[in-house]
Design a protein around this ligand. Structure first.
Ligand code: FES
Ligand code: FES
Length: 157
């Protein structure tokens, strides 16, 4: 099996897996980064959202061999070791999660939005977050959390 070196959360990881293995599988099963969730597996729900070079992408449809050239992969674990990222704090403030399953994907999408546009309008938030599904229907609390994070922080990293 080929050996791949991946840049994840500013650390270098080596994994020996078959070509074509999904990046989500590598994160969860080979590296123990289980914060990124598997749900639909076909890029339709957003629960597996991570950042590749600062852009939100669905890890379930990415394959490992395409990310061995030093692209920066960021997972929910890389935001803050103790949950102190401004977006995570806003999530706690609004008590956004219900079952929690979709929430790391929601947070990663929200962080990408606020990096791209620190002060989005409510409509822009809705549009950017569209497609990150929550079976528990926590959308209003997520919206509120993003607005809080946007108001309280001038720069989201
Ligand atoms: S598990 Fe990747 S988008 Fe649903
Ligand atoms: S909190 Fe349960 S799926 Fe979103």
């Amino acid at each position: 099996m080929p050996l791949y070196t991946l840049n994840i959360n500013n650390n270098s990881f080596e994994v020996e897996v078959n070509k074509g293995t999904s990046l989500l599988w590598v994160l969860r099963e080979h590296l123990g980064l289980t914060g990124t969730k598997y749900s639909c597996g076909i890029a339709q729900c957003g629960s597996c959202t991570i950042h590749i070079d600062q852009k939100p992408m669905r890890a379930c449809i990415l394959t490992v061999e395409n990310f061995a050239m030093g692209q920066k992969i960021l997972t929910i674990e890389g935001l803050s070791e103790k949950g102190e990222h401004p977006v995570q704090k806003a999530w706690i403030k609004t008590q956004a999660p219900q079952c929690g399953y979709c929430q790391s994907g929601q947070i990663m999408q929200a962080v990408a939005l606020l990096k791209e546009k620190p002060k989005p309008s409510r409509e822009e938030i809705k549009s950017y977050m569209n497609g990150i599904l929550c079976r528990c229907g926590t959308y209003m609390r997520i919206l509120e959390a993003i607005e809080i994070a946007s108001e309280e922080n001038s720069a989201i990293n």
